[in-house]
Design a protein. Structure first.
Length: 430
């Protein structure tokens, strides 16, 4: 709308709708707070009903037990005869009367407990029905809020000719909302970084196990290094996975520029460990490569842990900051909505526009909520995700050691070099 006349004409056209919406909003305004209180009442009723059900069941068990003892004394002619023969019938009758009295007392308590439970069950059922009604009112209240928001955005969003004060309040609201969204984006980025870091750290941990296994196989092998090469390739693949996953962090570090240096440090150590592993072709080179790679991986692991700690700290700080920005958004939203309602009153009058309505629902908590983006799935095979068991060093075999000692190092290197050419490139199961 380009001029004040068009704005006022549109307001007059929507005055009746605005009035009916405000009336409905007013009639259901108590529903949200009533529902909160009623939910507490319902929870207490449910707990009381559950507790009373346990008490009633115990009373029933006691009544059954007491009845069995009462019946044993009441119906035992043999026992009565023995007591009579020993001139102790009075003692027997007194004991029987005591058991009978206790039985009927318990039976009376059970009857009272059953009545009490019936009353509690009735109150609980009525409370459930009332809650359903309140929930429907709350839903209707929320829908009415949404319709008013949509109506006011349709009429007043953007420049509003003739109402500059509305534009000022609108600008403050949008600015506060943008600031709030910036904080939310930082929280989402931090959470995504932490998820990716968990994947990278898992790959590094598994890679270290695979490399240690490769080292052990290389040391323990006499002639063939197939198992050592297989585990070395396995470790290399896991290092590549860690490099790839760590590289994905870059796109989420825009709000956290101070953490980029730590990410670069971790990435460089991961790259260094891979480049060393690629050069291993003999037993001696495997052992040296593993030692160097493990050293780089330990440094990378430390850097990833520091990055995870920094990310968690930033997330916690952002979660604290979002409370303040959410409060600013809600305050500016309420101020803007109240002013837009007053425009209806001035333009349409009280005949068509309902009197000023005080905001009933504070939306601060909603502005603190951070919606989670769909998590990306890592395209890793089950074989790569499967945990690697670290090999246990075997007990040294004297015969193997003597054979290994008899074989010259240069022959070992020559045999290993020839075998390495014949090893297939596909990954083998550990």
């Amino acid at each position: 709308m380009t001029n004040e006349a068009d704005i006022k004409a549109a307001i007059l056209d929507c005055a009746s709708e605005n009035s009916s919406l405000l009336v409905k909003l007013s009639s259901t305004s108590t529903a949200p707070s009533l529902l909160v209180g009623h939910e507490k009442h319902l929870t207490a009723l449910k707990a009381n009903l559950s507790e009373h059900t346990v008490i009633l069941q115990k009373l029933k068990d006691d009544v059954d037990s007491k009845f069995k003892r009462h019946r044993k004394l009441r119906d035992s002619t043999t026992r009565r005869f023995i007591y009579r023969a020993t001139n102790m019938l009075a003692k027997f009758d007194a004991k029987a009367m005591k058991e009978e009295r206790e039985y009927f007392d318990l039976l009376n308590e059970q009857s009272k407990a059953e009545k009490r439970r019936l009353l509690l069950q009735r109150d609980y059922n009525e409370a459930v029905e009332k809650q359903e009604l309140l929930e429907r009112e709350v839903q209707e209240h929320a829908k009415t809020h949404a319709r008013i928001d949509e109506l006011y955005e349709r009429l007043f969003a953007g420049p509003t000719p003739g109402f500059p004060r509305e534009d000022e309040r609108e600008h403050r609201f949008y600015a506060a909302r943008r600031k709030n969204e910036t904080i939310k984006e930082a929280i989402r980025s931090a959470r995504q970084v932490r998820r990716i870091l968990a994947v990278s750290q898992g790959h590094v941990k598994q890679a270290k196990i695979a490399l240690r296994n490769a080292d052990q196989k290389a040391v323990d092998s006499v002639f063939f290094l197939d198992d050592a090469f297989a585990r070395l390739r396995r470790g290399n693949e896991l290092i590549i996975d860690a490099i790839n996953s760590t590289g994905r962090i870059e796109e989420y570090l825009a709000p956290f520029l101070e953490m980029v240096a730590v990410k670069v440090e971790a990435y460089s150590y991961l790259k260094a460990s891979k480049s060393v592993v690629d050069t291993a072709f003999t037993r001696e080179k495997i052992v040296a490569a593993v030692a160097s790679a493990l050293a780089s991986l330990s440094k990378a692991e430390e850097a990833l842990e520091r990055l995870a700690t920094l990310t968690k700290q930033r997330e916690e700080k952002s979660l604290e900051n979002i409370k303040g920005t959410a409060r600013q958004v809600e305050d500016s939203r309420q101020e803007l909505e109240q002013f837009r309602k007053s425009i209806f009153e001035r333009v349409a009058g009280f005949g068509e526009a309902a009197p000023a309505y005080t905001e009933c629902c504070d939306r601060t908590e909603g502005f603190c909520e951070v919606s989670e983006e769909a998590e990306e799935e890592d395209n890793y095979t089950e074989e790569r995700d499967a945990p690697i068991e670290e090999l246990v060093a075997p007990v040294p075999d004297p015969e193997v050691n003597s054979t290994r000692a008899a074989l010259p190092d240069h022959e070992n290197a020559e045999v290993t070099s020839q075998l390495s050419v014949e090893i297939p490139l596909k990954r083998k199961d550990d």
